[in-house]
Design a protein around this ligand. Sequence first.
Ligand code: 0A1
Ligand code: ZN
Length: 885
Amino acid sequence: MKEAQPRTIFLKDYQKPPFLIDETVLHFDLNEQGATVKSRLSVRRNPEAELTTSDLTLDGVDLELVSIAIDGVALSEGQYAVTEEGLKVIGVADTFLLECETLIKPQEITCLEGLYKSSSMFCTQCEAEGFRRITYYLDRPDVMSRFTTTITADKTLYPVLLSNGNEVERGDLESGRHFVRWEDPFRKPCYLFALVAGDLLNIDDQYVTASGRKVSLRMFVEPQNKDKCEHALSSLKASMKWDEDVYGREYDLDIFMIVAVDDFNMGAMENKGLNIFNSSCVLAKPDTATDSTYQRIEAIVAHEYFHNWSGNRVTCRDWFQLSLKEGFTVFRDAEFSADMNSRTVKRIEDVNLLRTAQFAEDSGPMSHPVRPSSFIEISNFYTLTIYEKGAEVVGMIHRLLGEELFRKGSDLYFERHDGQAVTTDDFVQAMQDASGKDLTQFKRWYDIAGTPVIDVDYQYDEQAQLFTLTLSQSCPSTEGDADEKPFHIPFTFALLDSNGCNIPLIQNDDAVFANAPTELVLDFVETEQTFKFQHIEKEPVPSLLRGFSAPVKVKNTFSRDQLLFLMMNETDGFNRWDAGQRLSADIIQSIAEDYMHGRALNVDARLVNAYRGLLVSKSIDKALLSKMLMLPTESYLIELADEANIEAIHHARNLVRDTLAEKLKIELLRCYQENTDVGAAYSADFNSIARRSLKNSALNILLSAGDSDALVLAEKQFVSATNMTDESAALIALVNSDFVSQRESALNTFYAKWKADPQVVEQWLSIQCTSAKSGTLEAVKRLMTHEAFDIKNPNKVRSVIGAFCNHNLINFHNLSGEGYQFLADNVIKLNKLNPQIASRLVTPLTRGKKFNQERQALMQAQLHRILSEENLSKDVYEVVSKSIK
Ligand code: 0A1
Ligand code: ZN
């Protein structure tokens, strides 16, 4: 056990920085043994600081201090002190020039923070607190400085030397070395600093901004990836155009660079002018990347680009405000993806993630508000709550204000705070000031953790032709709290008649009938609130929380027949899909109950008929249909349960799927044929994606049920596919089937074909590890000894250990407890190598609450084992200690 427990940092303790750094001049000497970093910082006392101190305290981790001087005079012992956490310079003046030289060892860094090596290249990751691993600094986002960076290195090994801003000078040096100098004209916090050095190729493009400025777009990759850049570059151009059109935001430097690196903890990083991407989130060509990878790349490229305004030009005051940049930027990238593709499908995907994973986080031991009030390790707070719920919160402001006022608000926000480090309150204030809409109550969304629950009650009075809707809200995290106050919830609502047509909504008799809206965003602000709608001639079916207008749980109020009606007739695409999910979930849940009680198992024929209706429908949008064909996932079914029985859920869900395969074989085969193109060139437009998704879902359903006609189709598709979507879909279908020899042979063929391509190998690994059939614990352990696996590479860890523990639930939760032990073993191993990855990986062990006592005890035992490890990182300590009961 650690002797001293890690310190908790509180928002309430925030104080302005006592010193500011106006200029930061950096000089890097990159060598094979290590790197020398010289810094020249123009420091001055902050006139606004609450706290005056005579000493300057800088952050620094694992640095070797070589020299230190102030205003050109070397400091002697006693004038400074080096500690575990940094450097204290004693008794400084109001303004001075601080010069430091430090030695670092990028080659030895396995945590992938600061300056490190990924294969043959040097690269950096400074968010959140990585810069302190490069040099002594005020490593906090409210210290913004102008950076000049000179990099020197061997010219043959590292012909490309990059940093933020514009290149201002380059030249050759002695001994085969060279240098490049970069200047970033924009003040920025050090978490946005970046450096890359390597033997990289560049693929170039150009963008002309709305005001006519030419911007060079340059993507740097290792030579073997030069044909995988096109999609990222076209996504970048589309993002630049979209941000001009929708937010009036132009790019501000002469060059925008993207670099792909193989070893990266997250998806990508928005460093000013020099975005660094995980290779798996940026490299694509049709024969190696699936449709979902294409869409993910489009979204992540946009996300990082949008940060240039929401994050870089206007940044966060402190890390408690992380959602200021992340929630807003996720909202922006989601809107972008919705505009580029199917809006309904994008919403379905986002809500699916929110309801399965974010809701679980929000009711788990690490639950925190969108603006947390404390943390031990900030890396643990790059969460679904900060990102996805944060985006929902911004989305609700958008819904409450409407398009035009929201744009006025964002214009005011960017104008008012350009060049500043601000808070989520500043964001809401700008929205309020620009719109005139009072958002005081709304702010509660930022401060309170947990998912609010809405109870819906409604009545129809035929005589009075009156429909009365009563909504009541509560939040589990504030239950019993004397101060429990309601949230301001935008509740989008409609009424449908028996033909599925929207009925005009008249709340006030004076309203002119013809102009009455057919959809309303209700301001639901009381604990219990009633809304009345007049002139409703026949009993309607209510359409609730359309488009999932707020991140809440709506207690299920519908009968199966009503859900069937909505599944066939809802005019809101999201709600139509959701009705199908609710109906399927309800049916699976009752089969699971019967399974647990040893009763006969039957699939409600209404579901089969509904699916038949969808499959034969000529009018339904294919993108929506492709989503409707997917049954609720096991993770979502677990999230819906009070106490989940994974065996029962797994069995019941499979039974429903197999019944659909059996009863709808003809329709599914037709769907497969009708959506198969032979010889067509690959296109990633959303219609083509929907058609591929449809046919591959049909194939998967049939083959999982053991259909031999589907086996023939899958084998044919596997060998003849001209794109990775179809090739991997065929492999997935085979791997999830009981055709053992075909499964093994397909896996071997696939690996032999693609073993040189890391992005495809990642897919190969995760396809096996997520399959209930092929991904048993033994098989997963065997894969960890395969040449394709490398525990130091986060993508490989995610594809094997992460995939198994998060998505192969029936095997991970095996009652032997071996799955839990396996995860704990690997968390312990990774704790030393890469604490961020270790602490993210541990999540499934913290979700015990949903399972029975026996499983909970097994999970807790593993958490205790982890906690008793020596030298536990802050990252793992925080998650595990908060999860122990
Ligand atoms: N800001 C990046 C994500 C990111 C966050 C933390 C990192 O290291 C701890 C790396 C990247 C984004 O939102 O894309
Ligand atoms: Zn981001």
